[in-house]
Design a protein around this ligand. Sequence first.
Ligand code: ADP
Length: 402
Amino acid sequence: MSAVLVINSGSSSFKYQLIDMDTETELATGLVERIGEATGHARHAAAGSARVEQTLPIPDHTAGFAVMLAAFAVNGPRLTDANLVAVGHRVVQGGSIFQGPTVIDDEVLAQISDLSDLAPLHNPAHVQGIIAARESFPEVPHVAVFDTSFHQTLAPAAYTYAINTALAAEHSIRRYGFHGSSHKFVSEAAAAFLDRPLAELKTIVLHLGNGASVCAVDGGRSIDTSMGLTPLQGLVMGTRSGDIDPAVLFHLHRKAGMSIDELDTLLNKQSGMLGLTGNGDMRDVEDAAVAGDEVAQAALDVYYHRIRGYVGNYIAQLGGLDVIVFTAGVGENSGIVRAGALAGLEFLGIELDPARNDPFAREARVISTDASKVTVVVIPTNEELEIARQTLATINGSVSPT
Ligand code: ADP
C-alpha cells in the first residue's frame, strides 16, 4: 500500500484526506478549524469508523497538525501502516509560474508566498499550512497542486484583458482561472465513463458549487474558463456577483460613497444568490422557487441566463461540442438547476431526458436523451483524489516539473 495525505489549508482551518493510492480509496478525512480562536475544533473519521470530535484550544497551524497527528495515532489508521509517501497541498493561485504540480522546497514556498498579492485570502493561508505540514512530515516530499495550472494552456487571446499591456504585465493582470483540479478530474472522468478518447472530445464543464465556473476543454486541454484574475469573474455564485460591468464600481464609489474594501465585500460576499434573494444556499433558493416565491425564481432565471450565455460562447470557442459535464454541489444534486440551465438549447442538439435528469443519484450518469447530439453527464468531482494523483505522479517523475 502507498498513501498520500491531501491538505487544503485556510487561514483558520485545514481539511485533510488520507488516500490509499493503490485502490484510490479514502482512508480517513478530517477538519481542524477555529485555529487561533479561544476554542478550536477538530473532527476525524477513519474509513469505516465513527467520527471523533474534539474541542480544544488550537493556537496555530503547527498545533493543528499536532492535533491531526494525535487523531491518526488514537483513532487510526496508523500513518506508518498506511505507508505515507507524500503530502499534496491544494494551492489556489500559481500565477504564470506554475504550469503543473511542483515539489515544494524553500524557493517554491517563497514563490507561493510572493503570489499572495493575487490571492490574498488563499496563498498566505496555504503557506502557513505548508510550513506546519513540512514540520510534521519532514521525511516525505510535499507537492503543491495549483487550481490555476490546468488553465495555463489558455491562448493569449483567451487570457488577455484589453487594458494597457505594460500595466497588465507589471501587475500580473490576466485571466488565470480556478477550480482546475475539478475541471481536469471530471473532464477526464467523463471521457473514461463514456468510453470515448479524451483527445477527440470537445467538452464544457459546469462546476456549480458555492463557487462556480465553466471550462471549455478541447481534447483534454482547457482553452477558456469563466473565472479570471480572481474567482470573482464569470457565473452567478452563492455570494459572488460573477460578471459585472466594472463601471458599476466607479458608480457606487462616486454616488454611494462606497470604499474599495466595501465594494470588495459587496461583490465577493454579499452578491450572487445571496444578493438577489437574501439566501446564498442554492437548496433554499430552489425550495423557495418551487413553493412559488417569485424573487427566488427571478434569481434562478439570472443564474440560468448566465450559464446559457457561457455555453453558447464556449461552443463557439470550441468550434463544436460533444459533452457537457455537470459537477459540484449544485451541479451534482439539482436536477431543477440542470434542466433550467440548458432549457431552450435543444436547437444546438442539447436535449435532457427528464426521466434520467430528475431522480437523485450519487454516481456518474448520462442525463441526455439517446437522440441528443451532445451527451450531457453528471460526474461527481473529487478534487482531493485529483490532487493525490498529481502528487504521486510528481514524486514518481511522471509529470514534468515546472
Ligand atoms: P463549495 O464551492 O463550497 O465546494 P459545493 O460544491 O459543496 O461548494 O456546493 C455547495 C452548494 O451546493 C450549496 O449552495 C448547496 O446548497 C448546493 N447543494 C447541495 N445539495 C443540493 C441540492 N440537492 N439541490 C440544490 N443545491 C444543492
